[in-house]
Design a protein. Structure first.
Length: 356
């Protein structure tokens, strides 16, 4: 299997065998007068030591931001712009984003907007970032209580996926990334879905996971290559996300949850709507819901939260007018984009989510 994926003319994805040499080659192929490394406090501690003695990074300048999604905001992006400016960054500089999805999203947005755009490389260190956030050209920050409300489409020059970084993750962060892989399996084919459903997240086999990551990335890249700016097919990647983003924003005001957990919960609601509206098989719905319940638990919403969740869904970027727009499935791999749901159907799906 060829593990190197040509994503577009702008971005190349590398499943790493030697991070040191692959990063050096990637840097040499990017215009750069200065190199900056963006980390958060966690990746500075857990991941930067692996790279700190690379000759290709000898004169790199470090920028470190706070960890967690609560720092994916205007204050943090302004600080990154400020640090780039103080460090002498020009339009010919290079930013390397080393971290999870928050770092690659925010760093990609910083690079895309500083001096009207500088080159950047993503080195994702979490499973979620490897299979989702660092790939596909979406960058951005949270704003006004909404996920990824401000951002642009812009590809990094390279994405280097080194699954050795997964050794630094706890079970919750493995599960978070795995939810996006489960989504990829649902929109791809039954064989991939079956493999994902049979994986033991309580005792993850990282060697097997490396192959599954490569397969998952290829699903996303095939879709992104065909529809880079989300006009049609790329909306398949939104499966689980209309409800998921609402759950995530709701939780942000209470007890924050990881993005992948919100997506997993969103999959329950949207697969239920798929069964009701577009004929998704109820047995596969049952199996997927049982898998999610086992590894992700529950989210403690009540019927009193429905109106707030619906209001959050109305703010979703996928909507047109005042309609709530979702991606549904007719079956595994049978994608139904641009499906409108009524508020009564949303409440029915939330009832199933709580009780099903």
């Amino acid at each position: 299997m060829d593990l190197s994926v040509e994503a577009s003319m702008e971005q190349r994805i590398i499943i790493s065998k030697s991070l040191k040499s692959e990063l050096a080659t990637s840097i040499s192929e990017c215009e750069h007068d200065r190199i900056f490394i963006l980390t958060d406090e966690t990746t500075l501690r857990e991941c930067w030591p692996v790279m700190s003695r690379f000759l290709s990074l000898k004169n790199a300048r470090m920028i470190t931001i706070g960890a967690s999604d609560s720092h994916k905001d205007l204050d943090t992006i302004a600080r990154v712009w400020e640090m780039l400016g103080k460090g002498g960054a020009t339009r010919h500089s290079l930013l390397i984003n080393l971290g999870g999805g928050m770092v690659t999203d925010l760093g990609g947005f910083a690079a895309s907007t500083f001096k009207r755009g500088i080159n950047f490389i993503n080195i994702p260190t979490t499973l979620l970032a490897m299979v989702d956030a660092s790939v596909g050209g979406k960058t951005g920050i949270n704003f006004n209580g909404l996920k990824n409300e401000i951002g642009v489409f812009n590809d990094s020059k390279f994405v280097i996926l080194d699954t050795d970084f997964l050794k630094t993750l706890d079970e919750k962060n493995i599960c978070s990334g795995y939810a996006e892989m489960l989504k990829h399996g649902l929109i791809a084919n039954k064989n991939m879905w079956t493999e994902l459903m049979n994986y033991d997240l309580h005792h993850p086999d990282l060697k097997q996971l490396q192959k599954m990551v490569a397969d998952s990335v290829k699903v996303k890249e095939r879709i992104v290559l065909e529809d880079p700016t989300e006009r049609g097919l790329r909306k398949a990647l939104n499966l689980g996300h209309t409800f998921g983003h609402a759950f995530e924003s709701w939780a942000l005001k209470r007890t924050p949850i990881l993005h992948g957990y919100a997506v997993a919960f969103g999959l329950i609601a949207e697969l239920y709507l798929s069964a009701v509206k577009t004929g998704f098989p109820t047995e596969q719905l049952r199996q997927t819901v049982e898998f999610i319940r086992e590894y992700y638990g529950i989210l403690g919403i009540t019927c009193d939260d429905y109106n707030e969740l619906i209001a959050l869904m109305h703010h979703d970027k996928k909507n047109r007018g005042n309609e709530i727009n979702v991606t549904l499935l007719g079956g595994i791999g049978d994608i139904k984009i641009n499906q409108t749901v009524e508020e009564a159907e949303v409440k029915e799906a939330l009832d199933f989510f709580r009780e099903g």
